[in-house]
Design a protein around this ligand. Structure first.
Ligand code: FCB
Length: 438
């Protein structure tokens, strides 16, 4: 059964940050620091999904989807990231799970979507190897409660973005700007993935996946410096996260790290434990040129021009998704497990009309073209088994606060009122048509 779904993440929708024993996460801390997010927005209330989850399941039922990718907030389950479990936190995800199942929707949980418990950050966070072990313990706690009802589990969301934005550039929580010194964050997350995969299986989970955000890398020219820079970017964005998981080895990192002593014997075996699926998040390709002299990073992102853009300014290149998927198949061959597109979507300048509708034709065009690209990749032999729109609801878009609207459903952030957009109707029809065809 092909999974058609929508995706969200805990800190972006739940709100209720100080309720029922939830601990603080790095995103609570970061969003409350002056100047970190646009207009100082925080996830304190967000979409108030913690209270409105029944209504949100109703919206998914109306959409006719058969799956829902959400994330579990680690600090709700384990407020300090270690030791004591908060029963009310686990109860929330159990209510959500059972509500989804009653509606015929398969829950697809992601265990880490960037909201590390602040108490672990205070001990070094993902720069500290011990966080990987803590993550596996937390994964076991959640799975022991829910593995009997949920087949497919995702360990991490986009470890690249968490490393690059959160630890190399400092534009996401925890706000560290370590540049290439952030590399241990990649390894410790991947080690956490591997250890958690084992813990999940021990708790009875049948299917384990990781979600990587991948991008086709386009060299700005065929001149050697640009081609070399594009290769470096491909290594740091794509291969750093796919190779160890799928092949059990890192690409050559010697040019980017003075020492790799944070990689211990046996780690790669843990990280490359067999996977049942690979989650892929796709937004756009990346165009890379050689860096200017004296630059620390070995590349420059020139931006992709000549395409329409979203409200975020991201280029709309649907064929990039087909290129990415066929490229993964070419690179990894039989080592590539079945793929789920765990996120794809766009922000648009959506507004409620006087009639109370949202006419987001640009999102409809975006989704249609990207779903066509997925089907084209399938026709070329890539085993894609699911597609999840980012996102069900307009939500807290990290450093952009509430300024970027990605939802199929419009949210009035003053009242919490939900209004399905024209794209919601379109996706409902698209999913229904597919279900009739197959
Ligand atoms: C991805 C994130 C997701 C959302 C989209 C727009 O990188 O995983 O939470 O912010 O981008």
């Amino acid at each position: 059964m092909f999974l058609w779904g929508t995706a969200t993440a805990a800190y972006q929708i739940e709100g209720a940050v100080a309720e029922d024993g939830r601990g603080a996460s790095v995103w609570d801390t970061f969003a409350h620091e002056p100047g970190r997010t646009r207009d100082g927005h925080t996830g304190d209330v967000a979409c108030d999904h913690y209270h409105r989850w029944r209504e949100d399941i109703g919206l998914m039922s109306g959409l006719g989807v058969n799956a829902y990718r959400f994330s579990v907030a680690w600090p709700r389950v384990q407020p300090t990231g270690a030791g004591e479990v908060n029963p009310k936190g686990l109860d929330f995800y159990e209510r959500l799970t059972d509500g989804l199942l009653a509606a015929g929707i398969q829950p697809v949980p992601t265990l880490f979507h960037w909201d590390l418990p602040q108490a672990l950050q205070d001990q070094g966070g993902w720069m500290n190897r011990d966080t990987a072990r803590r993550f596996a313990d937390y994964a076991a706690i959640v799975a022991e409660r829910l593995a009997d009802r949920i087949p497919l589990w995702i360990t991490l969301n986009e470890p690249f973005v968490h490393m690059a934005f959160g630890h190399a550039m400092g534009i996401h929580a925890p706000g560290q700007a370590l540049l290439l010194d952030a590399l241990p964050v990649a390894h410790h997350q991947l080690l956490g993935h591997g250890l958690a995969a084992g813990a999940l299986r021990a708790a009875g989970v049948r299917e384990v996946a990781i979600t990587n955000n991948c991008t086709p890398v386009w060299a700005a020219s065929q001149e050697e410096p640009d081609v070399k820079a594009a290769d470096a970017y491909d290594i740091l964005h794509n291969r750093l996260f796919n190779d160890p998981v799928l092949l059990g080895e890192y690409p050559d990192l010697s040019a980017y790290a003075p020492t790799l002593d944070f990689i211990h014997d046996g780690d790669l075996e843990t990280i490359s434990a067999p996977l049942d699926a690979l989650g892929i998040n796709y937004y756009n390709p990346t165009r890379i040129a050689a860096p200017p002299p004296g630059e620390v990073l070995p590349f420059t992102d020139t931006g992709v021009t000549g395409y329409p853009t979203t409200a975020f300014g991201w280029p709309v290149v649907p064929d990039g998704l087909r290129e990415l998927l066929t490229g993964l198949k070419a690179r990894y061959g039989d080592a590539l497990p079945p793929i789920h597109i765990t996120e794809n979507g766009c922000s648009q300048p959506d507004e409620l009309t006087g009639l109370g509708t949202v006419e987001d034709q640009a999102r409809i065009d975006y989704l249609r073209a990207h779903i066509d690209a997925v089907m084209a990749a399938r026709a070329e032999g890539v085993d894609v088994r699911g597609y999840f729109v980012w996102s069900l609801l307009d939500n807290f878009e990290w450093a952009e606060g509430y300024h970027q609207r990605f939802g199929l459903v419009h949210v009035d952030f003053a009242t919490g009122r939900r209004t399905p957009k024209a794209s919601y109707e379109w996706f409902r029809e698209r999913v229904a048509a597919q279900n009739t065809d197959t």
